[in-house]
Design a binder for this molecule. Structure first.
Ligand code: SAM
Length: 281
């Protein structure tokens, strides 16, 4: 049952229409208007489920102007559902300005759980899922992309990226350069669709696999990269660890790791990562 004066955030399938939830259909049927990223694209979905609710275009080019008008409409009693072309709105999709404007004005936002490519990919990746970071799309140009990747090189969480067919090979090549050819990763392609493929290997092996089979470069991709290996205590001598622990009591971790590296001759990054794991304990 849909209430008036609410803003619903409604995920839609990422490939398989059977993933549309009954609640999503109910909400889309009952709201006064659907704010859709691309009304023509969503028309097919709405038609499939016999949903006749009017839709208006709400996309990255008009969202700043339109969000206040939509919020005013909701304040006057209309209910609105936000959808994107696929998956969960706001996840690499428009909606941020609308939700922010709604919350700032006290409009209640009701999010529906549903399809999201990165979570679907993570759930089948076999990579650590207790801590992960979603990085969305990487920059299109290699220099900017490498800079972004460089900032993640020591991150021990599973790294999740979205990628398109045009850039999947170039991005994997940059990942292999920055993270090292042997870092493990998983490619999740065409999830929930006919050619769904979930394949894990080292970054260099994944790149060769893509280069050898043009079919594997087609479609939509989630790339998941294993986080930087946590430094094993044994890799750092007991003496160096003792030095690090003492310095960490007096200094920020970055400085403590740099000084401990000078004293012990070990790598600053290894000591920094060990420091992070000590802080977590
Ligand atoms: N909002 C969506 C979500 O919840 O996942 C993401 C939208 S973003 C514009 C589109 C990107 O998501 C694609 O380029 C791809 O990286 C990823 N994606 C979407 N559907 C996918 C699928 N079926 N399989 C793999 N990746 C997918």
């Amino acid at each position: 049952m849909v209430n008036q004066g609410l803003l619903y955030v409604v995920p839609t399938p990422i490939g398989n229409l059977a993933d549309m939830t009954p609640r999503a259909i109910e909400v889309l049927n009952q709201v006064d208007v659907i704010a859709a990223e691309d009304t023509r694209h969503s028309a097919r979905l709405l038609q499939h489920f016999g949903i006749k609710t009017p839709a208006l275009a709400y996309h990255e080019h008009n969202e700043r102007q339109l969000c206040h008008k939509l919020v005013e409409r909701i304040q006057l009693g209309d209910s609105v559902a936000l959808i994107s072309d696929a998956g969960t709105p706001l996840v690499s999709d428009p909606g941020y300005h609308l939700i922010r404007a709604a919350r700032e004005t006290g409009v209640q936002v009701v999010p529906l759980p549903g399809a999201c490519a990165m979570i679907t990919a993570l759930s089948a990746s076999g990579l650590a899922s207790d801590r992960f970071v979603f990085e969305g799309f990487l920059p299109a140009k290699s220099a900017a992309r490498c800079q972004r990747l460089q900032a993640l090189v020591d991150d021990s969480r599973t790294l999740i990226f979205y990628e398109s067919t045009h850039r999947i090979q170039a991005s994997l090549a940059d990942m292999a350069d920055v993270f090292g050819a042997q870092r493990q990763a998983v490619i999740a392609r065409e999830l929930s669709k006919r050619f769904e493929t979930i394949h894990g290997d080292s970054l260099s092996a994944l790149l060769s696999w893509l280069e050898s089979d043009a079919n594997q470069c087609r479609g939509e991709f989630v790339v998941l990269v294993q986080g930087a290996a946590a430094v094993e205590d044994e890799a750092v001598s007991a003496e160096a660890k003792k030095v690090l622990v003492i310095l960490m009591q007096e200094l920020p971790l970055k400085q403590a790791a740099a000084l401990a590296a000078k004293i012990s001759g070990l790598k600053k990054n290894d000591l920094y990562r060990l420091g992070l794991t000590l802080l977590e304990k």
